[in-house]
Design a protein around this ligand. Structure first.
Ligand SMILES: C=C(O[C@@H]1C=C(C(=O)O)C=C[C@H]1O)C(=O)O
Length: 474
């Protein structure tokens, strides 16, 4: 990637932008390859979700992620460049594609700005193949035409454009100029429209595969665990909701990000009217400043209504042999996979409690130093799916999931995240999530089944996990 430090004295006119883009066009001709131009500038403080909502069109691809606790929100929309490989090599192919894009990228602006340069937004389905008519391909990565990041009191707006031989520079320059002007004095559209709408009502809720299906599946897998076929498997349920009007994914997220500030509120829209949204408590992996962090999250208890009830339930979870075992399985697997990549991991495996609005979990943050030559997507490829959402041993348990679930997981429990030009970024696990499509929404929730699991209790646990989305659908 070429980096061009912005000369503020020269860059503030439309003519300067035009001349600069003309230079990029020469470069594209000279190199015989289209160039990705990424122009970053600090803007006044914006709320990325509100920006996305203001310019929301359901036929446009977008990506949004925010974790209030970290004071970080990113939104990007409309694709400037995208790629969707499928199959067993999908992570490696995405990694390769990103490297090739960066070879022909020109990043403009103050390179010391946080979130400088192009960012790649990506979603992978749980399984490596997806059906041709599935809402999301088995992997997708895109560079948005515009992106807004707000973090720790600063806001960076990025405009991306691809410039190829023969392109109309005038049109591209106008678009970028208009976008930059728009972000400098952003006018949020009035959401009066929302207050004028009737409150949304859910007309129908239907369990995929029928009401008895989940408990029957749990019974069946418990037999298989007993026979030694595998040690742990995660089974999920899907609820299909139909409302009297279209769900608005971004309005749902506004509530979710407030109520679940320890979770990643996220949305990934395919540009065909469907979006996958959620409030995930689980980070698959992040890479920042030479550190790798992975959440080990498994073992669940309800929240109490009073402080003492809550503390009692938390203490019960910490002492539960079955939940500790469930957690230990995930911890061992995560550490082993990181070690297989040559990383040395922090040894502490004593879980603490992660308390969310609706449930509490056993939690450990596994940390390692990033080693030379290891890319974030190598980590994603190796870790996904952890036994928190797949099973153990992975080769025996994960292929059996389809035999017991009556729906396609799609992006549910898949890695969803972003990567910057330095290879830093973050992937969450797509749980506590829903696929939203007009007036239809499919909600997902799963549980780990190990020896000692009780079907009725696992069913109740999934009901608690459904709450996050169910209660916030408006
Ligand atoms: C699979 C899900 O959650 C996972 C399973 C958990 C469990 O079984 O205790 C806890 C946290 C998550 O890792 C889900 O929410 O759908």
């Amino acid at each position: 990637m070429d980096t061009i430090p912005l000369d503020p004295a020269k860059a503030k006119t439309y003519e300067a932008l035009h001349a600069f883009l003309q230079g990029c066009l020469f470069k594209a001709v000279e190199r015989g390859k289209p160039q990705l131009v990424s122009i970053a500038a600090e803007s006044s403080l914006l709320d990325p979700l509100a920006v996305l909502e203001s310019i929301y069109e359901d036929r446009q691809q977008h990506f949004y992620i925010e974790r209030r606790r970290d004071d970080l929100a990113i939104a990007g929309a409309e694709d400037a460049l995208s790629f969707s490989p499928s199959g067993a090599n999908r992570f490696a192919e995405v990694k390769q594609w990103i490297a090739e894009v960066l070879e022909n990228a020109i990043a403009v602006g103050d390179s010391s700005l946080p979130f400088f340069g192009p960012h790649f937004f990506s979603g992978f389905t749980f399984f490596e193949e997806s059906k041709a008519d599935a809402p999301f391909p088995s992997s997708s990565v895109f560079v948005p035409r515009w992106q807004v990041v707000s973090s720790k009191g600063r806001c960076i707006a990025i405009a991306n454009a691809v410039i190829a031989a023969g392109d109309d520079i005038e049109a591209i320059a106008k678009r970028i100029w208009n976008a930059n002007t728009k972000f400098r004095t952003f006018d949020y559209t009035d959401s009066d429209e929302r207050s004028l709408r009737d409150r949304l009502r859910v007309l129908e809720t239907k369990e995929c595969g029928g009401d008895a299906a989940f408990k029957e599946s749990v019974e069946r897998v418990l037999k298989r665990i007993d026979e030694g076929e595998f040690q742990k498997i995660v089974l999920a349920r899907a609820l299909d909701l139909k409302a009297d009007q279209a769900f608005h994914p971004l309005e749902i997220l506004n509530t979710l990000r407030e109520r679940y500030e320890d979770c990643y509120a996220f949305s990934i829209a395919n540009g065909k009217g469907q979006s996958f949204i959620g409030a995930s408590p689980e980070r698959l992996v992040s890479v920042a400043q030479g550190r790798v962090n992975v959440d080990v999250l498994a073992g669940t208890a309800p929240r109490g209504k009073t402080a003492s009830e809550d503390a009692r339930l938390g203490a019960g979870l910490l002492e539960s042999e079955k939940d500790r075992r469930e957690h230990q399985i995930v911890h061992e697997s995560v550490c082993r996979r990181l070690q297989d990549l040559g990383l040395s991991v922090s040894e502490s495996c004593n879980p603490s409690l992660k308390k969310l609005q609706n449930v509490q979990h056993l939690f450990v943050d596994v940390e390692a130093r990033l080693e030379e030559g290891i890319h974030l997507l190598d980590l994603v490829a190796s870790l996904h799916p952890t036994p928190a959402v797949g099973g153990t041993p992975r080769e025996d348990a994960v292929p059996k999931i389809c035999e017991h679930e009556r729906f396609d997981r799609g992006l549910y429990a898949g890695p969803i995240g972003w990567i910057n030009a330095k290879g830093e970024g973050e992937f969450l696990v797509g749980i506590r999530s829903a696929l939203v499509d007009g007036e239809n929404a499919r909600l997902f929730a799963g549980v780990g089944i190990v020896e000692g699991s009780v079907p009725e209790r696992e069913h109740l646990e999934t009901n608690l996990k459904f709450q996050a989305l169910k209660e916030n659908l408006l």
